[in-house]
Design a binder for this molecule. Structure first.
Ligand SMILES: Nc1ncnc2c1ncn2[C@@H]1O[C@H](COP(=O)(O)OP(=O)(O)O)[C@@H](O)[C@H]1O
Ligand SMILES: [Mg+2]
Length: 347
């Protein structure tokens, strides 16, 4: 899969213009046909991203983050479908659009980058040709003009010596540089929304930091809304304005980043926060929440975190629980939310 391109000449949007909603996901529910029958992978997911913010989507592996992002881009695998809800990208409703129209939305309004950028590049062509080809496909430009624009975009994503680098092949690029190439390809489409699914998980720590800083700069300068998907709360702490926490196919907490880190209202979030604090506290390996995220065919009808939750009480927690507002801009899916004092990260 590749990020795609658009019609406007340069990503030059003014980051200071009035922010707009670039992603609105409501009640998103995705079903998949499997040997075990039809399973619901994610259920009732709501998300909003504005053009002036980075929203984190966080949760352990297997919680449904990637399924959510693929559905949002209309990129679900064949056996899966959106069975309920709606998705609006930069004001365009995309639920139910035929593939041809979806490709336009992906091309013009939204772009996505992935965990393994190298896999998105063809080893047989130079990186410059691949980015330029994407530009040509969308804008019908000459080869020369598209390549000149590619050099500009490489500059924008801080690839040193862009004139030379466009002529090189993917194997001549490090992982971090490949991700910059994918960002250049994403920006070629002047998107209003960027979805980044674990964009730095495969990179070492120093490079991870550089790529994250680049994403933050691009967000602010170009006014692109970013949905940043990660299992790493450290990344969320550095990057995000607001956060949605997913567990077992549902959003379990949603808040601005400060509230989420300092006063979490869901035991799952609190446990995730404690697990990242552990290493510094005890100087030893990260302790994680015992057990694991249940697979979709084992989702309980009760609170889905109940069996791993240190605060669970059968009489209260053994029922379906909705996401409910607990403060302005802060919601939690926990039947005991008003009884609990949960630990967050202290300042
Ligand atoms: N095409 C599919 N068919 C069946 N199960 C799937 C499919 N895609 C994802 N799943 C399951 O959905 C759950 C959520 O997956 P995913 O969104 O990739 O999690 P995350 O990105 O949070 O790690 C996992 O249990 C995964 O095995
Ligand atoms: Mg994933």
């Amino acid at each position: 899969m590749t990020a795609m391109t658009t019609m406007t000449e340069r990503p030059q949007r003014d980051g200071s213009r009035a922010p707009s909603v670039v992603l609105r996901v409501e009640d998103l529910t995705v079903e998949v046909r499997t040997e075990q029958g039809t399973l619901t992978l994610i259920e009732g997911v709501d998300l909003t991203v504005r053009s002036d913010e980075i929203v984190g989507l966080v949760g352990e592996s297997g919680s449904g983050k990637t399924v959510t992002s693929l559905a949002t881009m209309g990129l679900l695998p064949r056996n899966a479908r959106v069975s309920r809800g709606r998705i609006e990208v930069a004001g365009q409703e995309i639920t139910g659009l035929p593939e041809r129209r979806l490709a336009d939305v992906r091309g013009v309004r939204a772009a996505m980058i992935f965990q393994e950028p190298r896999r998105c590049l063809n080893p047989a062509f130079t990186v410059g040709d691949q980015v330029a080809e994407a530009i040509r496909r969308h804008r019908g430009w000459s080869r020369k003009r598209a390549m000149a624009h590619t050099v500009d975009l490489f500059g924008l994503v801080e690839i040193p010596d862009p004139e030379r680098r466009v002529r090189q092949y993917p194997h001549e690029f490090s992982g971090g540089m490949c991700q910059r190439v994918m960002l250049a390809m994403a920006l070629a489409c002047d998107p209003q929304l960027l979805i980044a699914d674990e964009p730095t998980t495969a990179l070492d720590v120093t490079v991870q930091r550089q790529v994250l800083e680049l994403i933050r700069r691009l967000q602010a300068e170009l006014g692109i809304g970013v949905l940043l998907i990660t299992h790493d709360l450290g990344v969320v702490a550095e990057m995000c304005d607001r956060v949605s926490v997913m567990y077992a196919g549902q959003v379990v907490e949603e808040a601005d980043a400060d509230s989420l880190f300092h006063s979490p209202k869901n035991p799952y979030t609190s446990a995730l926060l404690q697990s990242i604090l552990e290493p510094t506290r005890h100087g030893e390996a990260l302790t994680y929440i015992p057990g694991r995220v249940p697979p979709p065919h084992l989702f309980p009808a009760t609170c889905r975190f109940q069996e791993r939750c240190g605060f669970a009480v059968d009489e209260v927690c053994g029922q379906v629980v909705d996401l409910q507002p607990v403060a302005a801009g802060h919601s939690s899916r926990c039947a005991r939310v008003h009884d609990l004092e949960l630990a967050g990260v202290s300042e």
